[in-house]
Write a protein that binds this ligand. Structure first.
Ligand SMILES: [Fe+2]
Length: 267
């Protein structure tokens, strides 16, 4: 009689697949589906960006939507289901200075939308920090928010972290824009510097793309899905660049692969 076959050792494969994210920001929707910001139909341009992402970067594990969802018009929230439901991916939402946070919470209260300030995906933890000052254009991080991210980074020290915020936490090299960033950004950077698991900082608000590094942390801004602002201009100026969005691949070893896509409007 044959001896029992040796028990198979469990095969532990190291996970190498990235977490795939799509980042859309500053869509500035109106209640009127034809509403335009500086000549751009904001709902149409958001739809074009999402369609481009579906065609080129799908499937994705999650979507990040980091503020100025509407342009001071609560009825604008009514369009988000029609744009995002079909993606069948969770949509993590953060408010911007043009949002109406109470209305946003009411209108985006159910799936696929998620307003939680922290979410864990496998080897990664994502923070969505509220920087809105009611009635103001610039941003500020309250003591509670700073304590929240400090404590969360410690609690998830086994994960790599991506921190998202609406307003910019570093100067963009543009005088008018740098007057409307986070007025106490230094405190956020101090908190992040205390933790060695922070891999990326991601924001909207500035309607322009930028990619840099700070102390091994990827610093990323994503263009708006509608109108862009001219980089490096000390006075307010519109850029002619088309709508855009960003894809990010977050790897189990902490690496971030990312690129901005510019989407030429149809027709
Ligand atoms: Fe905006």
């Amino acid at each position: 009689m044959d001896p029992d076959p040796p028990a198979k050792a469990p095969v532990r494969r190291k996970r190498t697949k990235p977490l795939r994210l799509l980042h859309f920001t500053d869509p500035h929707l109106y209640g009127d589906a034809g509403g335009r910001l500086r000549g751009v139909s904001t709902l149409d341009s958001l739809k074009c960006c999402v369609a481009h992402a579906r065609q080129h970067h799908f499937p994705a594990d999650a979507v990040l939507l980091t503020g100025d969802l509407v342009h001071d018009d609560a009825r604008g929230y009514g369009h988000f289901s029609s744009v995002f439901d079909a993606l069948r991916a969770p949509v993590h939402v953060l408010a911007g200075n043009h949002d109406l946070p109470r209305e946003m919470q009411l209108r985006l209260a159910s799936r696929p939308f998620d307003l939680a300030p922290i979410v864990r995906y496998r080897d990664w933890v994502i923070f969505l920090l509220d920087s809105v000052v009611p009635g103001a254009t610039h941003g500020h991080l309250g003591d509670e928010t700073l304590a929240f991210v400090d404590e969360g980074l410690a609690r998830h020290s086994d994960a790599h972290a991506l921190v998202c915020v609406h307003h910019h936490p570093v100067p963009m090299g543009s005088e008018w824009i740098d007057g409307i960033g986070i007025d106490n950004a230094g405190r956020l950077l101090e908190v992040l510097d205390r933790h060695d698991n922070v891999r990326g900082l991601l924001w909207g608000h500035v309607h322009q793309a930028s990619d840099g590094m700070r102390e091994n942390v990827a610093m990323m801004s994503t263009p708006s899905t509608c109108v862009q602002f001219l980089p490096a201009s000390d006075e307010f100026a519109i850029d002619e660049r088309p709508p855009g969005y960003r894809w990010l691949h977050l790897y189990p070893d902490g690496r971030i692969d990312t690129r901005v896509e510019w989407v030429e409007p149809e027709g």
